[in-house]
Design a protein around this ligand. Sequence first.
Ligand code: ZN
Length: 379
Amino acid sequence: MKAFVLKGHADVGFIEKKEPSLESRGGVLLRPVVVSPCTSDVHTVWQGSPKKKDLTLGHECVAQVVEAGEDVKDFSKGDIVAVPAITPDWDQADVDINPSHAGHNFSAHMLGKSIDGAFQELFYLPHADKNLALVPDGVTLEQALMCVDVVSTGFTAVEEGNVKSGDTVVVMGIGGIGLAAIMGCRLRHAARIFAVGSRPENVRIAEDLGAEVLNYKTIQCGLPEGMHPLANSTNSAVVNYVLEKTKTKGADEVLICGGSDLSFPQAVDMVKYGTGTVSNVMYYGASDSEHENGIDSLQIPKFSIGRGMAGKTLKFSLAKGGRKRIEYLLSLCQQGKIHPEVLITKRYDGLENIEQALYDMKDRKAIKIAVTCSHVGHI
Ligand code: ZN
């Protein structure tokens, strides 16, 4: 069968692979129905740490069950299922308290990382009953596809940031994840949402979702009068603007969903003292140049952490995954509370187009892309 694999650093392509087998009684074999390449696939290919040879990429997928292991209770041949990007290793003793990193770091980021991913004609997934979710009536395949990673990640930023009714929130980055975070902030009745980004297509969607977009390329704003110059460590006009609009208090939450290494000190600068939370779901690539002290690091502005006493919370999270999580997100689609399909701005038909779709993501030619692999209804 055909598989789209990582051959080596910055080297991808299709190879012939042996079909997978059912490796456990609780596992399933799945045929992709519709898949999406992700910016984290781009990281894996061009920036990531070495992976096993010829690893199949892909972790955003709606699939059809082709074969279920004998211990699988809730899924059978022919079912259409949403496959979460994050699938906890339910065999680990600490999975109930630490699902993302049970047993070892990033153990739940399995597909396309430690086991072959979804960009092949047939793939294996363990723990089907605890990881898969049936796509319910009234939810489209494209909605389900957006829930498995993008919505889950954006909502993780919102949940870990503890966004509350009436809050002022800054969402940094308006790619798919930032836009999903805006949806999550709306669901929690945030009073004011600033979104930082510039791409016109994304700006339009962010505004439709009710955010006030701050274009970091064009915005002009000075530091509010009376503030200490160190309060804005990067001299960012976005930070100045948020400080001004919050009467120098800062935002209740800053959600980092995209940007650069500078997003982090900026977030710390513009979050409120005492109760503010910076909630990060962004991937930071390896630093371009060595730091003076030799540490591959982000910078924390000392002034804005109150020299160590500001009472600000900093969180760094992997998206939540597993069956219950995705069922919840699918139910929001079913009730019409979110419409994540608006994030899909490009479509291809045929798995053979996944390479082009991946390059489109790398070159930022779409927000999200849906690649249809098989037309459902027959196995
Ligand atoms: Zn993804």
